[in-house]
Write a protein that binds this ligand. Structure first.
Ligand SMILES: Cc1cc2nc3c(=O)[nH]c(=O)nc-3n(C[C@H](O)[C@H](O)[C@H](O)COP(=O)(O)O)c2cc1C
Length: 344
């Protein structure tokens, strides 16, 4: 009983830690490069999300970019948007601190440090999850960012590099001692990439090790998943990535389920068509027509799959040549098809 009360009070403290960051709802949108761009984050935030995180930005490249490129990348970061963290990646304490200063001066609310990306391009540059192999260096980066800004700094990482080096807990402990205010753990090692299942129970060791809120991430696609991940990890919240593809309302549904409130219905029919058309037009306005059509295409495919639309109509939608054609096809493409014809 005493132990249960102690656990309860630690959990309450962690929820307060989230609230201090402005995160009132313990369901966060994961950063996904090429997917969670500003137009998509706005759609998700419109339904409700505790926090959304920008796609990762390479620190040195951003600081050294030409002013026109920098303006573009700053627009993408959504500086000044409520409940948005800007995620920085980098290897050099000097450049990541400069980037942190730059985005903080431009209105970022929270800076998230990327130590989880497994991509060879990023790991080859010895940033992202490669930093898990060099905890002392990782700490220098964290200290540089925390020392450079007065806004909260958070960290996103994995369970470790591989099964022989599952060092998220000591890293998280040191990160928290250095001033990091929240830590998200994707329940896989770097060497697992996205294979197997995320190990939510293993995240519990990180929760035990550090006194700041820990967010469980990986394979959370429903309220039931979220409840199980929270129970196994003892985490303060969950972060949802791929599950929200084609279902930007999912975070709000999960949050309602966790809070024991009625679960909002997913939009259907005309409401779904309006939502997708709105996302589509926002992407075209943000990127310009040609780039916008290419960038938002994958989202259209996911919306049709989530709606159970017909495979043939999905194909027509994805190969349409003009925005007008796309908008005309949407109502039929988003209508549920008989099982045999479904896109997914
Ligand atoms: C296409 C793609 C891009 C990603 N980009 C990033 C990124 O920029 N920064 C980051 O920290 N994690 C990135 N991730 C990892 C996700 O944030 C998340 O940790 C991972 O997808 C597991 O969560 P999920 O199962 O809910 O998708 C990316 C994942 C995917 C699939």
């Amino acid at each position: 009983m005493v132990q249960k009360e102690a656990i309860g009070s630690v959990f309450a403290q962690h929820l307060q830690g989230l609230a201090d960051l402005g995160v009132e709802m313990p369901v966060l949108l994961a950063p996904m490069a090429g997917i969670t761009d500003l137009p998509f984050r706005r759609v998700v935030a419109g339904f409700g999300a505790g926090l959304v995180v920008s796609e990762m930005v390479a620190s040195q490249e951003m600081v050294q970019a030409k002013p026109s490129v920098r303006a573009r990348s700053r627009a993408e970061l959504g500086l000044g948007e409520a409940r948005t963290a800007v995620q920085l990646a980098g290897r050099d304490p000097y450049w990541i601190a400069e980037a942190a200063r730059m985005v903080a001066d431009s209105g970022a609310e929270i800076i998230d440090i990327n130590m989880g990306c497994p991509a060879k391009k990023v790991v080859g540059g010895m940033s992202g999850s490669a930093l898990m192999r060099e905890p002392d260096h990782a700490l220098r980066l964290i200290e540089a960012v925390v020392g450079a800004v007065s806004i909260p700094v958070t960290l996103k990482t994995r369970l470790g590099w591989d099964d022989d080096m599952r060092n998220a807990a000591p890293l998280a402990q040191r990160a928290a001692a250095a001033g990091v205010r929240m830590i998200t753990i994707h329940g896989r090692t770097r060497c697992q990439f996205y294979k197997g299942r995320a190990d939510w129970a293993a995240i519990g060791a990180v929760v035990q090790a550090c006194g700041v809120p820990v967010i469980a991430n990986g394979d959370i696609c429903s309220g039931a998943d979220a409840r199980r991940a929270l129970a196994l990890a003892g985490a303060a919240g969950v972060m949802v990535g791929r599950g929200a593809q084609g279902r930007p309302w999912l975070l709000a549904q999960i949050a309602a389920e966790l809070a024991g409130k009625p679960i909002p219905e997913a939009p259907q029919g005309a409401a779904l068509v309006d939502l997708v058309a709105g996302h589509y037009e926002a992407a075209l306005a943000f990127y310009g027509c040609d780039l916008g059509m290419k960038t938002v295409r994958k989202h259209l495919g996911w919306y049709v799959e989530a709606a159970g639309g017909a495979l043939a109509l999905r194909q027509r939608l994805l190969t349409a040549r003009t925005p007008a054609e796309v908008l005309t096809l949407l109502p039929d493409a988003l209508a549920p098809a008989p099982d045999m014809e479904k896109a997914a």
